[in-house]
Design a protein around this ligand. Structure first.
Ligand code: NIG
Ligand code: FE
Length: 421
C-alpha cells in the first residue's frame, strides 16, 4: 500500500532521522518544510520534499492520495503513559470529589485503585479487551499512533496476567504501536494489608518471571508515593525488572517528594512520570541523567493538583515528554489534543516545545524513537493531517475543538477526512 501526500502547507517535525530526543533548551526548535510532498510505501516514509521539486509519480495504481493544501502534517501523537485497560469508569468518585473529598480520602475509604481492582477481577478477558479496544479507537481518531499501557488494576497474579494478556491482544488487533508495562505495585491489595513484603515477594518471585517468560511486558512501574510504595520497594522492583531486561517507567512525586526520583535515576529508569511536587534536589537528580521526565497535565487538570515544572525541567536541558495518563480515577481522557492546549496554557510551553514533547520525546519515553516521533525517511508513516487552520499555534489556542482531518497509521488512514481524494 502506497501513500502520497501533496501540497502540505507544512510538514512539521522534520528532524534529522538520527535525532533520538530533543533536550529542553532546543525544544523550541521544530523544523518544518513548507509547501511539501511526502510518500510512503509499506507503511514507511520513503521520501519528502518541497512541491517545487516534486519528482511526480509513475504508477498511480493502489495509491492513497492526500491533498493537504492548507493543512499541516505532523508526526502522530505518542502517549507514553496510560492505564487504558480498565473495567469501568469511576464517575461516582468524581462527584464525591466535587462534594469535597480528596483523591487520597476516596482511596482511604476503599475507593480509587482498589475500587478499579475489584471491578476488574470480576470482568472476563474478552469484555476487558473490547472496552479497551473501543477506547484506543477513539484515541487513534484523535491522532494517537502509539501508546504505553500499564497493568495495575489486577493486584493479583491472575488479574495482572489477565490485564497484560489483554494488552498483548490489543497489540495484535490494532494498527497503533503499543507497549506494555507491569505495574503490579500500584496499590497494596487488601489480602496483603499486614504483609507488604509478601506482596513484593509475589511480584518479584512469581509475577515478574512469568511476565518475562511469556513476553507480556516491555517495562516495569511502581507507584512510589506516601501511603502506596516506599523508595526501598521501588528499588526492589526496579532491580528485579532489570534482571529480566525490563527498564523502569515509574510513578513518582505525584503528591509528595520522598526520594523516588533519585532512586529511579540511580537504577537507570527510562522515565519518571507525574512530577507534580518537585524539590530542588529532585531537579538536581534528573539533571545530566538519561531518564526522561514525563509530565501528565491532564491529571493535574482533573484532580486540581499542581502542574509539573515544565519550564524548570527544560531550563535544565532535559528531554521533557508529555502523556495523558488516561485512567478512570485521575484522568478519564486520552485526548492528546487537549493535552497540547494544557501544555501551552498551564505549563507555559511554546506550541513547538509541546509538539516535540508529544512526539519525539514521547516516542523516546517508550523506546520508539527509531520508529516514530518525527517525519524522517525510514520511520513509520504515522501522521496527522490537520484541518485548514491558520497556524500551528491555533491548534492549542482554540482549545477543546477538533482540528484534525485525517489520521494515518503505517501509511493507512484510520480516520478519513476531507483531505483524502
Ligand atoms: O497515574 N497515581 C497513580 N495511578 C494513576 C491513577 C490510578 C487511579 O486512580 O485509578 C495515575 O494518576
Ligand atoms: Fe499513571
Amino acid at each position: 500500500m502506497r501513500l502520497l501526500i501533496k501540497n502540505a502547507r507544512a510538514l512539521v517535525g522534520t528532524h534529522p532521522a538520527e535525532l533520538r530526543r530533543i533536550t529542553g533548551r532546543s525544544m523550541a526548535g521544530l523544523p518544518m518544510l513548507e509547501d511539501a510532498w511526502l510518500t510512503a510505501d509499506d507503511g514507511r516514509i520513503t521520501g519528502f520534499g518541497p512541491m517545487a521539486e516534486w519528482p511526480g509519480i509513475d504508477d498511480w495504481n493502489d495509491l492513497t492520495v492526500v491533498d493537504a493544501e492548507g493543512r499541516y502534517v505532523l508526526p502522530g501523537w505518542c502517549d507514553p503513559h496510560t492505564h487504558t485497560v480498565f473495567a469501568a469508569p469511576r464517575d461516582g468518585e468524581f462527584v464525591d470529589r466535587i462534594r469535597g473529598l480528596s483523591y487520597q480520602e476516596i482511596a482511604a475509604r476503599g475507593g480509587g485503585i482498589l475500587n478499579s481492582a475489584r471491578m476488574l477481577r470480576d470482568m472476563n478477558e474478552d469484555d476487558l479487551f473490547e472496552q479497551a479496544k473501543a477506547r484506543l479507537e477513539v484515541m487513534m481518531a484523535q491522532g494517537t499512533v502509539a501508546a504505553e499501557i500499564k497493568s495495575g488494576y489486577g493486584l493479583s497474579l491472575d488479574s495482572e496476567l489477565k490485564m497484560l494478556r489483554v494488552v498483548k491482544r490489543l497489540k495484535e488487533a490494532l494498527p497503533l504501536q503499543l507497549k506494555a508495562t507491569l505495574l503490579a505495585a500500584h496499590a497494596l491489595p487488601p489480602e496483603f494489608k499486614d504483609d507488604r513484603a509478601g506482596y513484593l515477594d509475589l511480584i518479584v518471585n512469581e509475577l515478574l518471571p512469568r511476565v518475562a517468560e511469556e513476553g507480556l511486558a516491555d517495562f516495569v512501574d511502581v507507584f512510589c508515593e506516601t501511603n502506596y510504595f516506599t523508595v526501598a520497594e521501588l528499588e526492589r522492583v526496579l532491580e528485579a525488572g532489570a534482571a529480566h531486561g525490563l527498564p523502569g517507567k515509574v510513578h513518582v512525586n505525584q503528591f509528595t517528594s520522598i526520594g523516588g526520583i533519585q532512586a529511579a535515576v540511580a537504577h537507570g529508569a527510562l522515565s519518571v512520570d507525574h512530577l507534580e511536587v518537585m524539590e530542588p534536589a529532585d531537579l538536581d537528580a534528573l539533571a545530566g541523567s538519561e531518564t526522561i521526565p514525563t509530565l501528565l497535565p491532564s491529571c493535574s487538570f482533573f484532580l486540581g493538583i499542581p502542574y509539573g515544572p515544565a519550564r524548570e525541567l527544560m531550563e535544565r536541558d532535559l528531554p521533557l515528554a508529555l502523556a495523558t495518563d488516561h485512567n478512570p480515577g485521575s484522568t478519564p481522557s486520552g485526548n492528546m489534543n487537549f493535552l497540547l492546549s494544557l501544555a501551552c496554557i498551564r505549563l507555559r510551553m511554546l506550541p513547538e516545545e509541546a509538539v516535540n514533547a508529544m512526539t519525539l520525546n514521547a516516542a523516546a519515553a517508550m523506546r520508539l524513537e527509531e520508529e516514530l516521533g518525527s517525519i524522517a525517511v525510514g520511520k513509520r508513516a504515522s501522521l496527522i493531517v490537520t484541518g485548514r487552520v491558520p497556524s500551528l499555534a491555533y491548534l492549542p489556542y482554540a482549545f477543546g475543538q477538533d482540528h484534525l482531518d485525517t489520521v494515518i497509521i503505517d501509511g493507512r488512514p484510520v480516520r478519513a477526512g476531507a483531505a483524502l481524494a
